[in-house]
Design a protein around this ligand. Structure first.
Ligand SMILES: Cc1cc2nc3c(=O)[nH]c(=O)nc-3n(C[C@H](O)[C@H](O)[C@H](O)COP(=O)(O)O)c2cc1C
Length: 188
């Protein structure tokens, strides 16, 4: 697939086939994805791949969080179970973690660089027929999740990528033509 087609045809995928994703393939793709521009060459990222029985670790943490935060006591179990099952239906989750610099400028540049790694990975995966959605639901920042995944102080979670072979590919969401957002400056 050429790059133009890859960029235009990639979609965020929410429904997956019940099919495993090879973690060695994901590791190989990541090894290319990390060739992102990175101003300070801090390479601040790390990745946790969760799949198979490992998913129970995230699913349990989510169940606990959702039960704890559900105000209606009679619905706690049901809500917890719903989120547990949602996580278990995702073939693989990749938690993307960034070491947070104390320096604001470095931290912002690092956030940009890590985001590029994520999109690089997304395109490389798409080329292999693997889809994903970058998810930033609030509970990735909750202590229950951080503890379950061994996320250290000073590390920021950029998201969970939900990864798998697409069961459905959503319609494209149209983009505003870039021409409408371009200002041309060609004279003094
Ligand atoms: C930083 C970031 C966070 C996102 N978080 C979510 C999310 O929490 N849930 C979700 O369904 N999609 C999330 N998305 C995916 C966007 O919703 C998606 O990219 C957008 O709808 C355009 O669809 P497309 O990726 O198929 O072109 C996120 C994307 C980015 C870049």
């Amino acid at each position: 697939m050429d790059l133009v087609q890859l960029l235009r045809e990639r979609r965020s995928i929410h429904r997956f086939e019940d099919r495993e994703v090879d973690p060695d393939l994901v590791a190989e793709l990541l090894d290319t994805a990390v060739w992102a521009p990175n101003y300070h060459m801090t390479q601040p990222w790390r990745f946790i791949l969760t799949y198979g029985e490992g998913r129970r670790r995230i699913a349990e943490a989510v169940r606990i969080m959702k039960e704890k935060r559900e105000p209606d006591a009679s619905r706690k179990k049901e809500v917890g179970e719903k989120f547990y099952n949602k996580i278990m239906a995702i073939p693989m989750l990749m938690t993307v973690i960034m070491q947070e610099s104390q320096n604001l400028i470095v931290r912002q540049d690092d956030f940009a660089a890590t985001s590029i790694v994520i999109h690089n990975f997304s395109l490389l995966a798409w080329e292999k027929g693997i889809g994903l959605t970058w998810e930033t639901y609030p509970w990735i920042h909750e202590p229950e999740f951080r503890e379950a995944m061994g996320i250290l102080p000073g590390e920021k979670v950029l998201g969970n990528l939900h990864i798998g072979y697409p069961a459905a590919i959503p319609q494209a969401q149209p983009r505003v033509p870039a021409a409408e957002r371009i200002t041309r400056v060609d004279r003094a």
